[in-house]
Design a protein around this ligand. Structure first.
Ligand code: DGP
Length: 112
């Protein structure tokens, strides 16, 4: 069972900011900044390494495009932070690759 697969499939509700055929972008349940959005590939990859090895590049490209789109939608194009936690040592808690987009304030050095 994967929480983010359930969110992608609509089995668990979420607040969507953006979506396309490859990714969804939802508000984080536990925001660490005024804007805290998660960009999540619709296809399940355990983490960024799994995605790098098992994607032909389409999902990686879609993620980058979606991050830029989210920044535009949220009005933070001038400055924001993208974080990917990979694996247990990286602090990843949901084992479906996702990218935190944080902004809306002057960000401190470490917020996640
Ligand atoms: P990470 O620690 O990098 O794996 O981040 C997981 C993030 O996912 C964490 O910031 C909280 C968020 N999260 C966990 N469960 C849910 C959920 O059911 N809905 C939403 N919107 N966010 C969730």
């Amino acid at each position: 069972m994967c929480i983010f697969c359930d969110i992608v499939e609509g089995k668990i509700p979420s607040t969507k900011v953006y979506e396309d055929e490859s990714v969804i972008a939802i508000r984080d349940l536990n925001p660490q900044a005024p804007v805290h959005v998660l960009v999540i590939p619709r296809k399940h990859f355990d983490n960024i390494v799994d995605m790098a090895h098992n994607d032909d590049g389409a999902y990686s490209a879609a993620v980058v495009d979606a991050i830029a789109e989210v920044a535009k939608i949220e009005g933070i194009e001038d400055g924001f932070r993208v974080i990917n936690n990979c694996g247990e040592d990286g602090g990843q808690s949901v084992m479906h690759v996702h990218f935190h987009v944080l902004g809306g304030a002057k960000l401190g050095e470490k917020i996640l």
